[in-house]
Ligand binder design. Sequence first.
Ligand SMILES: [Zn+2]
Length: 73
Amino acid sequence: MIKFNCTSCEQSYRVSDTYSGKKVRCKSCKSINIIPSPETQKTGCGDSIAAYNNLLKELLKAEKHSPTVEMES
Ligand SMILES: [Zn+2]
């Protein structure tokens, strides 16, 4: 099962894994959403580790892209 929310109105949907990457029209606001892959939507004991790893990656990325700051003396 893939759980996702409409990007426009936050309506939550649950669809089969086979719909991953497909476009769906939201029933309430009619906007098009692309169903995410099930890998990013896992729940359970492995979820916190995956989330932590993703957070680390994002932090590293942010660090690389952030401009250098000079300290004022
Ligand atoms: Zn919607």
